[in-house]
Design a binder for this molecule. Structure first.
Ligand code: ADP
Ligand code: G6P
Length: 470
């Protein structure tokens, strides 16, 4: 395989294969923030993406996406269980999200996690040209920076964590905390969504590794590891262009008609994940219906919950609970031809998502903890008319950038109910002011600004950032 000067390493490739209606295999963009963010910048930048194709025991040759070459890494059934479903998504994911679900510590998963990290490191080492930059993404691959440093001392190594980095007292629970911290600090630059994460890592590096640390620099084993916050964003112009397309505007109108032309539409779009606060939101909404504060023929709620990690027990259990609750709410408050909640457990393409955002008067984004939350940014990008309210959890990274949203603590169901009512009944002039402020911020800090900031910090010469699309 040809070598590249920029190599991205992420567990998930930006494409999913799926069966088309005619039975053929077709490729579509993977749901999830990481794939959405990187897809946007790498589509037109010469680079190689090393990642798992999502299948088991297969690593087919995958099509290039524009100038982006794909180097697939295959996983066996056992690796999938130990590395992806186990250590990454049953230990690290819940622990890094404030342990909103109990993390599972199963000693058998560790070796598989380490072996698969080694395979990703070897694949990246193979496709990186001399002096290349290798940019590793997320908690699945936390050991790759140090492993790569041993294999390829000539390359620049970046690591970016898309999820929160937990407070030290939670991280300290991890049985392999020293290896995980050392692994990540093998990078030249470690990037996070929020400054607090860099602070947490500095404290842990001092405590566990005896390093000399500040919030932007860790001196370890005679090397300097730089750290910092680089809040990720979206392809604003892509979403704006979609939301302005006449066929999509028409589709949004049709959706409203299909919903029975209610006065107000609330929308939530999440991966079906326990960090997203879907159950708290359903409780709040059902109580508003019960109290008569919201009436079904006047207001409808649409909950899109795209299937995610379905082989992991906690996700299966969550899906059953959510679907039971939606059924209960519709059974109790719906009427013939008028559902209280429209629940869609399906992936959508970007155009359909844009139409949904245009239809929504109130976008409800209430995760219990979220590294960033790109859905909130996509909604703001789609609302060129300046209408619409964003209800946003204080515990999403995006809350630091969107102070003009209706911010809420999703654990406080009474507060959530009150905020939903505020957002539903807000004065249009106030909404326009809020939306304008959020859109101004978003157009300045789009996905290219993020990539430019990170890559410039990784490589001061500006060589990497210069390769990005204008
Ligand atoms: P996370 O990374 O935890 O999934 P984000 O909100 O940051 O959360 O990113 C989710 C991404 O997945 C967004 O780009 C969103 O548009 C996309 N997405 C969410 N739901 C769907 C869906 N039903 N179909 C396709 N893409 C989806
Ligand atoms: C979050 C994680 C990503 C992950 C995505 C989708 O955004 O930070 O690393 O790719 O969720 O999850 P999945 O398990 O389907 O890759």
């Amino acid at each position: 395989m040809r070598q590249s000067s920029l190599v991205v390493v992420a567990n998930r490739l930006p494409l999913d294969d799926s069966a088309a209606p005619d039975g053929a295999c077709e490729w579509r963009r993977s749901p999830g923030g990481l794939a959405s963010a990187l897809h946007a910048i790498l589509e037109q930048t010469p680079a190689t993406w090393v990642g798992w194709n999502g299948g088991i025991d297969s690593a087919p040759v995958l099509p290039d996406i524009g100038s982006l070459r794909i180097r697939p890494v295959g996983l066996s059934e056992e690796e999938l269980r130990g590395y992806y479903e186990g250590f990454a998504n049953s230990t690290l994911w819940p622990l890094y999200h404030d342990a909103v679900e109990q993390p599972v510590f199963d000693r058998r998963w560790w070796e598989t996690y380490r072996d698969v990290n080694r395979r990703f490191a070897e694949a990246a080492a193979e496709v990186a040209e001399p002096g290349a930059a290798i940019w590793i993404q997320d908690y699945h691959l936390q050991l790759v920076p140090q492993l790569l440093r041993e294999l390829r001392p000539d390359v620049l190594i970046g690591f970016f964590l898309h999820v929160p980095f937990p407070p030290p007292e939670l991280f300290m629970q991890l049985p392999r905390r020293v290896e995980l911290l050392r692994g990540m600090l093998g990078a030249d630059l470690v990037g996070f969504q929020r400054p607090q994460a860099a602070h947490n890592v500095a404290q842990l590096a001092t405590k566990l590794l005896g390093a000399q640390s500040t919030d932007d620099q860790i001196n370890l084993d005679g090397r300097v590891v730089r750290t910092g916050a680089f809040p990720v964003s979206i392809d604003v112009s892509e979403m704006q262009a979609l939301a302005a397309r006449p066929d999509i505007v028409e589709h949004a109108e049709q959706l409203r008609t299909d919903l029975g032309r209610p006065r107000r539409v609330l929308l939530s779009v999440d991966r079906l994940d326990y960090t997203k606060g879907i159950e708290h939101r359903l409780t709040a909404y059902s109580e508003l219906l019960r109290d008569g504060r919201v009436k079904v023929h006047d207001t409808v709620m649409v909950q899109v919950a795209v299937p995610s990690r379905e082989r992991v027990d906690s996700y299966r259990v969550l899906r059953d609970r959510i679907e039971g609750e939606v059924g209960r709410i519709n059974g109790e408050y719906g009427r013939v031809g008028e559902a209280a909640i429209h629940y869609l457990n399906q992936p959508f393409d970007r155009a359909d998502l844009a139409a949904l955002y245009l239809t929504a008067d109130v976008m409800v984004v209430t995760p219990l903890r979220d590294g960033m939350n790109l859905v909130a940014k996509e909604y703001v990008a789609a609302r060129a008319a300046g209408t619409g309210s964003l209800v946003l959890s204080e515990f999403a990274g995006a809350a630091a950038e969107f102070e003009d949203a209706f911010l809420v603590n999703p654990h406080d169901v009474d507060g959530l109910k009150a905020t939903l009512l505020d957002a539903l009944d807000a004065d249009p002039a106030d909404l326009r002011r809020r939306m304008r402020a959020m859109r101004d911020h978003l157009t300045r800090y789009d996905i290219l600004a993020w990539a430019r900031a990170y890559l410039t910090a990784l490589d001061h010469s500006g060589r990497l950032a210069a390769g990005l699309r204008k």
